[in-house]
Design a protein around this ligand. Structure first.
Ligand code: ATP
Length: 209
């Protein structure tokens, strides 16, 4: 009887990459850290940016969002009207939650498809609401970027030409830093300069096993 054997050598399937959730409050520096991580050769999925793209690409999402918030959620060119939507949900927790329940599952699927295409042993998922949405439970580790409130406010004022009070109002609606610090596996304190931030980033990401 002929012996069964494979012509091509069997290769072990690549292990799935470990997912590191990268987060931080407004102006903490998480996007800056994400860019450094990319410079160090690791892929980063930008959840909020992808969400902004997906709401324009998915017909299914368009229908659901219009049903929830009205036809004006999309402008005359069929593009998602972020300002309109933000104004609608700003002081309405219930509507915001319903909107998130539409958008987040779509981002989750998009992320899973993205992860499948990655070949590095670590991948990073930048998400502002990592802890709030308990997405850290779906990650191997969480990495928090944090800085003192005053520093964060000043950086956002410079970046977005906002007033102190405007930034503070957004900050007050976010989960307190002390709660995030308790939950995070790794923490980068971004209170000094970009050089220090990059050094800390390098140390943290290469120490993740
Ligand atoms: P948001 O959630 O508001 O988008 P973020 O957490 O992504 O903010 P960044 O955009 O990375 O924060 O940083 C906020 C601003 O502060 C940016 O203009 C950035 O260039 C600047 N910044 C971040 N870290 C430092 C630092 N260590 N020294 C000087 N400027 C910094």
């Amino acid at each position: 009887m002929e012996e069964l054997h494979s012509e091509t050598p069997q290769t072990e399937p690549e292990p799935a990459p470990k997912i590191i959730g990268l987060t931080g409050g407004i102006g903490s520096g998480k996007t800056t850290v994400a860019r450094f991580i990319e410079e160090f050769g690791f892929p980063v999925y930008y959840s909020d940016d992808r969400a902004k793209t997906i709401v324009n690409e998915s017909e299914d999402l368009k229908i659901k969002i219009k049903e929830l918030l009205g036809e004006d959620s999309y402008d005359e060119n069929g593009l998602y009207d972020r300002k309109f939507v933000a104004d609608k949900v700003f002081n309405n927790r219930d509507l915001l939650q319903q909107l998130n329940e539409i958008i987040h599952p779509a981002v989750k699927i998009d992320f899973e498809n993205w992860v499948r295409k990655q070949s590095k042993y670590l991948v990073f998922k930048e998400t502002a609401l990592l802890f709030e949405l308990k997405l850290n439970r779906q990650c191997y580790k969480s990495l928090l970027v944090t800085a003192e409130d005053n520093i964060r406010i000043k950086r956002v004022m410079d970046r977005d030409y906002k007033t102190y009070r405007e930034v503070e109002t957004v900050m007050e609606k976010q989960m307190p830093e002390r709660d995030k610090i308790k939950m995070a596996d790794c923490i980068i304190y971004n209170n000094t300069n970009l050089e220090d931030l990059k050094e800390q980033t390098e140390k943290v990401i290469f120490s993740i096993e």
